[in-house]
Design a protein around this ligand. Structure first.
Ligand code: MG
Length: 380
């Protein structure tokens, strides 16, 4: 089997998350067998598209797509001078995902089977609350609606608006009480029935993060995620030693090498790579293995489009050290429908193992007819 063309697809209509509108980029790897592999990344599709078509495609055309590890090394070599992160690595992640999809399709097997097979019969999930119900205004109603669907863990970021006011450089006891209020209300109403993860998006300095972390302890959140920017692991170590709560760090770390530093530092109690950002399924599996040697679990970051969502479920099915997999109800129940059709829903807070060969997800034919579609292709 040989790669004959690399194609990118993106829609100009995006979806909105905390940082504003984002759009997904899909990569299709075409072969002389007629099989097509599908991968995805985000959130800057024009930049990622340029890397895929101009820098990675020349390393891929004519190659056997089943040489996934060798092609990863070749792609990384093509962009490594630019650094370890950014659009270059996200582009590699999307292509790598497509290569695993292609390998699965060629063998008639789901990707999790190729990763060593399932280590569990179902995948525990929590909901990240980009929801139609606001966690700031109606935290109890949001928690109740998730519990009605059997989802018993949720993630919120009520300190983000306060960080916008203070640039994350100062905070007062009153503002801490304001930020904690949704956590307190959910904990008071539902107790252990609903676990709450607190997300901070790296907005705070160390001084404020310590104060906020200590104030959260009373309500026992599931974790504190990315309280600080990613640039100083020593500061994270100091934060970890200042609170009894577990820290999660986090989707903005890339590659096995950055995760090696994190794990050696021992600040994180839960590791959170994003498959489409850290370098693909190939790299995410290695990061999970690294974490396992430190007796740490993985909670894969999954806040993008439907192909990343599928890839996350395959990885989550296969790795032995899964803590819990992220998912977004608004995405799988709503945003994915126009592009990939109906998506499996969780039952009692768990997803079934993914079905179908490869990643088991494909773009609908209607997507190819959309007026807001940009489609580019490089051929042999
Ligand atoms: Mg995060």
């Amino acid at each position: 089997m040989r790669i004959t063309a690399i194609e990118t697809l993106r829609l100009s209509r995006g979806i909105t998350v905390h940082a504003g509108p984002v759009q997904w980029l899909w990569v299709r790897v075409h072969t002389d067998s007629g099989l097509i592999g599908l991968g995805e990344t985000y959130p800057h599709p024009e930049s990622e598209e340029a890397v895929v078509l101009s820098r990675l495609a020349p390393r891929l055309l004519g190659e056997d797509p089943r040489r996934i590890e060798g092609l990863w090394t070749s792609m990384f070599d093509a962009v490594a001078y630019s650094g370890w992160a950014g659009a270059e690595l996200r582009a590699i992640g999307a292509v790598d995902m497509a290569l695993w999809d292609l390998l699965g399709k060629s063998l008639g097997a789901p990707v999790y089977q190729l990763l060593g097979g399932a280590t569990r019969s179902r995948i525990r999930t929590y909901n990240t609350c980009y929801d139609h119900i606001s966690f700031l205004d109606e935290p109890e109603r949001l928690a109740e609606s998730l519990l009605e669907q059997g989802i018993r863990a949720m993630k919120i970021w009520p300190f983000d608006p306060i960080a916008k006011q203070t640039e994350g450089q100062w905070i007062t006891p009153a503002l801490i009480r304001q930020g904690i209020d949704p956590l307190r209300r959910i904990h008071t109403r539902f107790g252990d029935d609903m676990q709450v993860a607190m997300e901070f998006h790296g907005y705070w300095n160390l001084r404020c993060a310590i104060d906020i972390a200590r104030a959260c302890e009373e309500y026992q959140p599931m974790w504190l995620e990315e309280m600080l920017p990613q640039d100083n692991m020593d500061a994270y170590r100091e934060l970890a030693s200042s609170t009894s709560l577990p820290l999660t760090i986090s989707e903005r770390l890339m590659t096995t090498w950055q995760h090696r530093e994190l794990l050696a530092n021992r600040a994180a109690r839960i590791v959170m790579p994003d498959i489409s950002w850290c370098g693909g399924i190939t790299e995410a599996r290695k990061i999970a293995n690294q974490a396992a040697t430190h007796l740490l679990p993985v909670a894969p970051h999954n806040c993008g489009g439907p192909v990343l969502h599928a890839a996350t479920m395959h990885l989550a099915a296969a790795i032995p050290n899964l803590y819990i997999a992220e998912s977004v109800r608004r995405h799988y129940a709503d945003e994915y429908l126009p592009v990939t059709g109906a998506s499996p829903l969780p039952k009692d807070g768990f997803f079934d193992l993914p079905a179908g060969s490869g990643l088991g997800v494909d773009l609908l034919p209607e997507v190819m007819e959309r007026p807001d579609l940009t489609r580019r292709r490089v051929e042999e």
